[in-house]
Design a protein around this ligand. Structure first.
Ligand code: AMP
Length: 280
């Protein structure tokens, strides 16, 4: 496994692979890797001859009051996980490598980003799409792998590669959870022991909503209100949103039917956590 930090090195390595007609799978991450990331890498490993993982805490997708400086980082541990999963190349650029002083071009997406997380994080998806557009151009992967954990992000990426005719197939992978249900996240490390326990209100609400839908409930209001009720049983939880939307357009729906996405963002102390389920 190689670890490189410059665009030039990535281009040279990928050029050699392409000469040999090898397919390239790509997993974008911000590092501090866990089994959620590993599941994407496994899928990429299965579907491609070469696998690239980027590890980059992208400053452009963090708002001024967000956790850019404190975001957890551990390249050595990440490299061990990648090595064990059979990754061929880690691209770990510094911010200056990705954005030089003259940088002024952005990839923006309307509509899908003006809902759910986009409302409280207005510049987030512009930052995500811009950096991914750059990574897609640098790595030129055949396939890129995204977690359903960030459902809105996956939907936005699918839309922008279609709109901009970027020749990459976007593949979504299911949410990986801790044994007790909490969705795995690099941000879970912010939680104190007490908060970690409180954070279970998210997955409990998700499972409740899922059960209601499985048992035939299609009224979005009834489902989201029951989920909100469950979260409110936890005094440490502060709800940002619990919504049922169309999984493609992110517009609110009143009737739950495929492809409805039921998504939430909840603060536990100062940690913002997200979770969701999809009706298929
Ligand atoms: P991040 O490093 O948080 O930017 O995440 C990188 C990728 O890993 C994104 O596509 C996430 O959706 C995905 N991911 C993060 N957590 C999980 C999880 N618990 N299950 C599945 N995918 C995940």
């Amino acid at each position: 496994m190689q670890i490189v930090s410059t665009i030039k090195e990535v281009r040279e390595i990928v050029k050699e692979w392409k000469k040999q007609d090898l397919s390239v799978g790509y997993v974008p991450t911000m590092g501090y890797l866990h089994e959620g990331h590993a599941s994407l890498i496994k899928a990429a490993r299965k579907g491609n001859e070469k696998v690239v993982v980027s590890i980059f805490v992208n400053p452009m997708q963090f708002g001024p009051t967000e956790d850019l400086a404190s975001y957890p980082r551990d390249l050595e541990k990440d490299a061990r996980l990648c090595e064990a999963e059979g990754v061929d190349l880690i691209f770990h650029p510094e911010p200056e490598e990705m954005y030089d002083e003259s940088f002024c071009s952005f990839t923006d997406i309307n509509g899908l980003s003006n809902a759910l997380c986009g409302l409280s994080r207005p510049i987030h998806f512009r930052g995500v799409c811009t950096v991914l557009n750059k990574f897609f151009n640098i790595i030129q992967p055949d396939r890129a792998y995204f977690g359903q954990k960030d459902a809105q992000q996956a939907a936005i990426v699918k839309q922008f590669v279609k709109d901009l005719n970027i020749p990459v197939e976007i593949i979504r992978c299911p949410i990986i959870r801790e044994e007790d249900g909490l969705a795995k996240s690099s941000r879970n490390t912010y939680l104190s022991q007490e908060e970690r326990q409180a954070a279970l209100c998210l997955s409990k609400a998700i499972f409740l909503g899922q059960d209601m839908v499985k048992n035939g409930e299609t009224d979005a209001k009834k489902v989201t209100e029951a989920m909100i009720g469950r979260i409110k049983e936890e005094p440490m939880a502060d709800i940002e949103y619990v919504k049922a939307v169309n999984g493609l357009t992110m517009q609110d729906v009143s009737v739950i039917k495929a492809p409805t996405l039921v998504a939430m963002a909840v603060r536990i102390g100062s940690t913002r956590l997200i979770d969701n389920f999809v009706v298929e």
